[in-house]
Every structure is written in C-alpha cells, then in structure tokens.
Design a protein around this ligand. Structure first.
Ligand code: ADE
Length: 244
C-alpha cells in the first residue's frame, strides 16, 4: 500500500519509523511518502494560509498549495482523506475498509482548516479520530497509518494475531496474562493453566462479553448475540448486580 501524507510538518512523522509500521516501511510493504504543502506555495513569503472570507478568528489554509501538492501525488486511483474534527468518527470497520486500498492520500489541516473548495473537488472521506480538537491533522494521520497499516497483509508477523483482539470481532478483547503465575500476590486464573482449550475459549468469550458490557455496552447493540451469548449476558448482569 502506498500512502502520501500532505502536511506542513513532515518531521512529526518520525514516530512512524519505529516498531511494526517502521519495519513494514523498511520491507516496502508500506510505502509512506511525505509532501510538504509549503513547498507548493507560490507566495514569495511561502505563505500557505490567509484570513477567512466573511471574518472570524484564525486562518484558513489556502487552496492553491494543497491543490498543487495533491496534483503532484494523486493519480487516478487514489482515495483522498482529509483529517478533521468535522469528519466521520474513525473506527475499526473504517480501518478495514481503507486497508483494501492501494493508494491513500491523507491531508493534514491546520489553523481553522482548509479552504472548502479542496473538500468539494478532491476529498473522498473526511475522518475525525474522536470528538476533540487537535492542533492539526498530523497525529490523526499517524493514527490512521498505524491502524490501517497493521491490517495490510504481511505487516503483522502472523495475520491471525489481530483476529481475536478488541474490535476485530465487534466486542472488546478478553484479559491477557503471562508469566509469572504469581505476581505481587495476584495469580493467573486457574482455567488458563488447565490446558483445556474448549474451557479456555468459553472463559475468554465470557470475559470479552463482560468487558464489553461494562465498558462499551453500545458495541453490543450491533454485535450479533447468539442464544448462548444472551444467556451469558444475563448471568453477567446477575453477577454484577450481586457485586453492588
Ligand atoms: N484535526 C484536528 N482535530 C482532529 C480530530 N479530532 N480528528 C482528525 N483530525 C483533526
């Protein structure tokens, strides 16, 4: 997958050079290219922003530099994403969908955002990483590259490793433990040491439903609950009401 990132601060993206995404870039499974929007300013002072028409606070990123930066990378096939708090809130199913693309172009805004004509003419998706406002789209872009990149085949060492995790199946993941068996007086649940894989799977599914019910009950509304799940959930509710 090829990702072009249009930004005023390419140096911020050094965070991506590490760990799994860095390795995928070294191995050419992911190719991430940074385009400095300022390089496309034709202003003698290299300005990329201006006052908003109609008045109001702050500055708006001018259309020309972004337009020319886009033209330098876009091609026919690219899916153009603008990171903005005004966008659709990002989630795992959007990451999965975007991971199917061969070429993504991410536009990072700053100040009061970008001239709307860029959105009208070029942008396929407006994405927010959450209901809060960042100082710019760079950190949001890195969130997308990390979460989409790891779903690209060949990026994770074993593709199965994301099958079970939180959100992949629509609910949160079960708790994980590793050695030592006893730590600061706390022990690993016996079932995980039993070697009985069927029982372990049942325990994990129960815990996953319980975590989801407690922390993100909204996820259960779109999760396909089986008959057994409904019984388990009633048990969880019972158990929790007794704990109160
Ligand atoms: N730019 C500023 N805030 C943002 C957010 N929450 N998501 C994506 N891009 C942003």
């Amino acid at each position: 997958m090829k990702i072009d990132i249009l930004t005023l601060f390419p140096e911020m993206f050094s965070a991506l050079e590490h760990s799994i995404i860095g390795r995928a870039m070294d191995n050419n499974i992911l190719s991430v290219n940074y385009v400095n929007i300022r390089d496309f300013s034709q202003d003698k002072h290299n300005r990329v922003d201006d006052y908003p028409f109609g008045g109001g606070p702050g500055m708006v990123m001018k259309p020309g530099p972004i337009d020319r930066a886009l033209e330098s990378v876009k091609g026919e096939d690219a899916r153009v994403v603008y990171l903005t708090p005004k966008g659709k809130v990002f989630n795992h199913s959007m990451a999965k969908e975007l991971a199917q693309e061969d070429h993504l172009v991410l536009i990072c805004g700053h100040y009061e955002g970008i001239d709307n004509r860029i959105i009208e003419n070029y942008v396929d998706d407006m994405i927010s990483i959450g209901d809060y406002v960042l100082t710019g789209g760079e950190i949001a872009s890195m969130v997308l590259v990390d979460s989409i990149g790891r779903l690209v085949p060949g990026v994770l060492p074993k593709e199965e490793s994301y099958m079970e995790e939180s959100h992949y199946g629509g609910i949160l993941e079960y708790p994980q433990y590793t050695r030592p068996r006893e730590y600061n007086g706390l022990s690993v649940p016996d079932i995980l040491l039993s070697g009985n894989h069927k029982k372990i799977d049942q325990w994990r599914h129960y815990q996953a439903l319980k975590n989801t019910y407690i922390t993100r009950p909204d996820l259960l509304e779109s999760y396909k609950l089986t008959k057994e799940d409904k019984i388990i959930l009633n048990k969880i509710k019972d158990e929790l009401s007794k704990e109160k």
